[in-house]
Design a protein around this ligand. Structure first.
Ligand SMILES: NC(=O)c1ccc[n+]([C@@H]2O[C@H](COP(=O)([O-])OP(=O)(O)OC[C@H]3O[C@@H](n4cnc5c(N)ncnc54)[C@H](OP(=O)(O)O)[C@@H]3O)[C@@H](O)[C@H]2O)c1
Length: 186
C-alpha cells in the first residue's frame, strides 16, 4: 500500500498558521525549510489543499504537487489547467509540476499507487490533514515544533477522532526546534 506521510510545522500549541493567507516560511526556521525541501524532493510527490497552494502561489521545483479542490475554476490567474481529477504519471523533475484533483483521499491514493508511487507527502493545510486523518489515510507524521505559541490561527487537525501515535524519532533541527517523527497506531 502507498504510504502517506504528513509533514507540518507547528507552534507549541498545535497551530500551523496565524491566518489562512499566511505562508509557513514566514515563521518557520531555516532548518525546517531545509527539512521540508529535502523530504518532499525525496518523496517526489506532495498533496496540498487549494488554500495552501495559494500561499505557495507556484509549483515547487523538483516535485509534483497534487492540489485538492472541489472548485478549481475559482483559482484565478494560476496557469495550471485542471486535469479532470486525474493524476499524471511521472516524477517531479526539474521545474516542478502542479496537478489539480477532486478525487477523494482514498481514490487519490489508489490513483497515485497505480502510477507507481510508493509514498506521498501530505503537506496540508488543516482541511487536508483532517480529511485524510478522518478517513484513516495517514501512516506517519513529521512534525516540526517551532518555539512559538500562536494565540489564534489554523489548527493542525480539526474534527477528527482521537488517534494514538507511536514516536519513532525525536531530533533537534537547531537549538530551538525539534522534529518529531510518529507512526499512526492502526
Ligand atoms: N505550518 C505548516 O506546516 C502548514 C502546512 C500547510 C498549510 N499551512 C497553512 O494552512 C493554511 C491553509 O489551511 P486550510 O485548512 O485553511 O486550507 P487547505 O487545507 O490548504 O485547503 C482547503 C481547500 O482544499 C480543498 N479541499 C478540502 N477538502 C477537500 C476534499 N475532501 N476534496 C477536494 N478538495 C478539498 C478545498 O478547495 P476549494 O475551496 O477550491 O474547493 C478547500 O477550500 C495556510 O495558512 C497555510 O499556510 C501550514
Amino acid at each position: 500500500m502507498i504510504k502517506t506521510i504528513l509533514i507540518a510545522a507547528i507552534s507549541v500549541n498545535g497551530i500551523i498558521a496565524e491566518h489562512v493567507d499566511q505562508v509557513s516560511t514566514d515563521w518557520t526556521s531555516k532548518e525546517d525549510k531545509k527539512f521540508f525541501s529535502q523530504k518532499t524532493k525525496e518523496l517526489g510527490i506532495m498533496i496540498v489543499g487549494r488554500k495552501t497552494f495559494e500561499t505557495f502561489g507556484q509549483a515547487l521545483p523538483g516535485r509534483t504537487m497534487v492540489v485538492m479542490s472541489r472548485s478549481p475554476l475559482h483559482i484565478g490567474g494560476v496557469p495550471t489547467p485542471r486535469l479532470g481529477g486525474r493524476v499524471e504519471s511521472g516524477g517531479g523533475e526539474g521545474a516542478g509540476r502542479v496537478v489539480w484533483t477532486d478525487l477523494s483521499p482514498r481514490d487519490l491514493l489508489a490513483n497515485l499507487e497505480s502510477k507507481g508511487y510508493s509514498s506521498v507527502a501530505l503537506c496540508g493545510g488543516s482541511q487536508i490533514y483532517s480529511v485524510f486523518l478522518r478517513e484513516g489515510c495517514i501512516d506517519e507524521l513529521f512534525l516540526t515544533v517551532e518555539p512559538v505559541i500562536f494565540g489564534k490561527g489554523v489548527p493542525l487537525i480539526e474534527g477528527a477522532p482521537r488517534v494514538n501515535l507511536q514516536l519513532i524519532e525525536m531530533k533537534p533541527l537547531n537549538e530551538q526546534t525539534i522534529l518529531l517523527h510518529y507512526r499512526i497506531k492502526k
